[in-house]
Design a binder for this molecule. Structure first.
Ligand code: SAM
Length: 183
């Protein structure tokens, strides 16, 4: 996205079957809205495969990893934002998070089922996108958009195989190389 330290997204927990679409959408949202990397649980291989396939076709750079979420949290040396309806309003903390990210990698954590309390305690910020219950995908999207102040909407995808040409009506997808790469 920019020259600052990386932004990674960690999906904490995954119930195969029930969470397949949501975990896939966490990964696709992380990619589309400017994160550098998503880390999915080891049992989320279908979601990881889909995210890798989309990255292969529509471009990166974006990394999809599968690791044990608790070990990622334990080993993280940067700052941690845990997205939760119980946290502080995103609009109240976004400046502080953005300032910290100039010097430190940022891990944005989203849950699936009930999140253990030590995750709340270990986070540098527990951040709410409204204090209403909704979805990890919606929370992640709004958080990333606030973090990047909308710049992610103009991202370029230099290694894409294909590119969507915006249309007022209808669909147009072109081969990226034959039509000027990402431009
Ligand atoms: N009982 C769970 C909890 O801890 O809130 C609900 C899980 S919710 C379906 C799944 C994830 O969505 C949460 O772990 C959190 O990351 C995210 N989420 C839901 N509502 C949110 C909100 N208002 N702000 C930020 N994240 C939210």
């Amino acid at each position: 996205m920019d020259d600052a330290p990386e932004v990674a997204v960690l999906r904490l927990g995954h119930r195969p079957g029930r969470d397949d679409r949501m975990t896939t959408h966490v990964a696709l949202t992380a990619r589309a809205l400017g994160a550098d990397r998503v880390v999915l649980p080891e049992n989320a291989s279908d979601a990881a495969d889909t995210a890798r396939s989309v990255t292969g076709r529509f471009g990166g750079p974006f990394a999809v990893e599968q690791r044990q979420p608790r070990s990622v949290l334990r080993g993280w040396t940067g700052r941690v934002v845990h997205l939760t309806m119980y946290g502080e309003p995103v609009q109240a903390v976004e400046d502080a998070v953005r300032a910290a990210r100039r010097d430190h990698p940022l891990l944005a954590v989203v849950g699936a089922e009930k999140v253990p309390f030590d995750v709340y305690e270990g986070a540098d910020w527990n951040v709410a996108v409204t204090n209403q219950p909704h979805s990890e995908v919606a929370g992640l999207a709004v958080f990333l958009d606030r973090l990047f102040e909308g710049r992610e909407l103009d991202a370029r995808w230099p290694d894409a195989d294909r590119r969507v040409v915006p249309q007022a009506t209808g669909k147009r997808v072109v081969d990226a190389e034959e039509h000027g790469g990402d431009g």
